[in-house]
Ligand binder design. Structure first.
Ligand code: NZQ
Ligand code: ZN
Length: 381
């Protein structure tokens, strides 16, 4: 086991109606609030109104920035930063899924910083301070509500990259499973796929950490048992709660302690699909993971089988991959390129972009030939 430090400063408020504590929590940071959200789902499902009631009660002065897109782009963060520099908020309140929260994280660094948001993403600016960030999570998937990661896309330079920075842990995150009732079936499934992929990226990482391995398996068992019934019962509080908590624990450090690193090759490929074809993040992963495993079964059959045995009671690495694919199919998550609308004619463009972006794993390195084999497996199984 490697040395490690546990220091996750995010305070999580989990459960029914936790939003009732939002106003008082915000007040501790000040009363100038910059509210950030996406394309309007929070207006349709009533979350916006509850947030505004809380802000009214504390007499907050509020400025809004909306329209953050799924697979968020850095231009929106720059535009928000301009607004923020004029308004000088005491606190940023992000209400949405991973795209909104990730954008708000980079925004929290960009407002007090001289550099553009992309220079921050590229680690060329060295931010020393951030506007405090509070989040209300509305979609269970990414784990961003309790980690120090943000992922943004630059449409000009064709890059989708993550940044990790200690200053962007949210100060508080409010997770009410009721706020995810309105997430449609497809995005609910993509969220389940994403959280499973996060736990798997830890499992296939470098280093031996047996307790963290057990956490990985438990998180995935929770997703495998509760994901399918949830898809037939989208307003089931208990199922929504189990998936929401699993998604948070899948990427807040919990599965990583004692390892050297995670793997992240599958995510790296998934980001290229999102960059080129705007594929929803979780949908990209349910296509790439089985293909990556099919390549890797020649190199690490034992590790793959160990995983499958624990999660699905699989009898071999091959069966593990089939079981995982069947699981994704059972929740209507795509497993082949045609299911996400990407034709065979796109293969050269896709490979080219993967190579240009230096797509690779952190532990298992991928040659250009490996990338091509993975892409073929994504098309043809
Ligand atoms: O834009 P709005 O109106 O909010 O609609 C969103 C969006 O259309 C909608 N939605 C969210 N909550 C809803 C809802 N619709 C109805 N009811 C609700 N309660 O769902 C759509 C997708 O939202 P998005 O935020 O894009 O989804 P997700 O949470 O999956 O975030 C994906 C982004 O996070 C990044 C991904 O790369 C992608 O850009 N990731 C961030 C990570 C992190 N920060 O740790 C790690 C992940 O691996 C991932 O890379
Ligand atoms: Zn992910």
């Amino acid at each position: 086991m490697e040395n490690f430090k546990i220091d996750n400063p995010t305070i999580l408020h989990f459960g029914k109606d936790v939003i009732n504590d939002l106003g008082e929590t915000i007040k501790k940071f000040g009363n100038r609030v910059m509210l950030v959200y996406g394309g309007g789902s929070i207006k349709r499902n009533g979350i916006y109104e509850s947030v505004m009631n809380q802000l009214d009660e504390i007499g907050a002065e509020v400025i809004e920035f909306s329209g953050i897109k799924p697979n968020p782009i850095v231009d929106d963060v720059n535009a928000a930063a301009e607004k923020g520099k004029q308004f000088q908020p005491d606190v940023i309140l992000a209400v949405g899924g991973g795209s909104v929260i990730d954008s708000a994280k980079v925004l929290s660094l960009a407002i007090p910083c001289e550099h553009s948001a992309w220079r921050i993403m590229l680690n060329m600016a060295k931010p020393t301070t951030a506007i405090p960030l509070i989040t209300i999570l509305t979609l269970a998937a990414t784990g961003t509500e309790m980690n120090s990661i943000a992922v943004l896309q630059n449409v000009e330079t064709h890059k989708k990259i993550p940044i990790r920075h200690d200053l962007i842990y949210p100060k508080h995150s409010f997770l009410d499973p009721q706020n995810t009732f309105s997430v449609p079936k497809d995005y609910t499934a993509y969220g389940v796929a994403d959280l499973i992929a996060h736990a798997m990226e830890a499992w296939f990482g470098k280093g031996i950490a047996t307790l963290s391995d057990r956490f990985v398996i438990s998180i995935i068992q929770e997703a495998v048992e509760n994901g399918p019934p949830l898809l037939n019962d989208l307003h089931n509080y208990e199922l929504r709660a189990r998936i929401m908590y699993a998604a948070t624990q899948a990427l807040n450090g919990f599965t990583m302690y004692g390892r050297v690193s995670g793997e992240w090759g599958v995510h790296s490929i998934g980001h290229i699909l999102s960059l080129l074809y705007d594929t929803p993040h979780g949908a990209s992963l349910s296509v790439v993971y089985p293909a990556w495993l099919k390549l890797m079964k020649e190199r690490i059959p034992q590790r793959i089988h160990e995983f499958g045995k624990a999660v699905f009671n699989s009898s071999s690495a091959d069966e593990t991959i089939l079981n995982l694919e069947d699981f994704f199919i059972s929740i209507d998550a795509p497993v082949r390129m045609n299911e996400i609308g990407i034709g065979k004619d796109k293969k050269p463009e896709l490979l080219d972009m993967m190579i240009k972006n230096k797509v690779n794993g952190m532990y298992y390195k991928l040659s250009n030939r490996d990338l091509e084999r993975i892409v073929d497996l994504m098309y043809f199984g």
